[in-house]
Design a protein around this ligand. Sequence first.
Ligand SMILES: [Zn+2]
Length: 127
Amino acid sequence: MRHCNSVFSAQDIWYLLDTDECKNRRLYIADCPICGKKMALYSYCEIKSGNFYEQYFYSGGALRIKEKFKKDITSTMLRFKTKQKMPFGFKYGKNKEIKRNGRIVAIEQYACDFWGNEILVKKLEND
Ligand SMILES: [Zn+2]
C-alpha cells in the first residue's frame, strides 16, 4: 500500500465473497506508518472485462468500507495466521479438483505463495 511517498504492507487482508460483477475481491487494511492515517485498499476483478481495479479509502471512508464489507468476509489474513501455519507471504488461493472415475468428487482449496508452498485450507466434498 502507498501513502506519504512510502510503500508498506497491509496489516490485514480481507478475502471477500464474489458478487455478480466482481471476483477476487480483497480489502487491504493498514495505518500509514508515517502519518498514522487509517487506510483501506479495495481490489477486485471485474468479471465482464477481466480487468483488475484498485481503490483507496482513507480515515472515515476506510471505516465505512470496512463496515460495509464486514458481512462479505470469507477469511482474513490475521484470522488465518492465528489458526494455522501458513506459507510464507500468503499470496493467492488455488482450487484443486479431486476426480474419481472422471467425476469431480471433491474440491480442495489451497493457500499458495509465489515460492511454491501451499497449504490445504478447506476441502469441499461433492456428495
Ligand atoms: Zn501517510
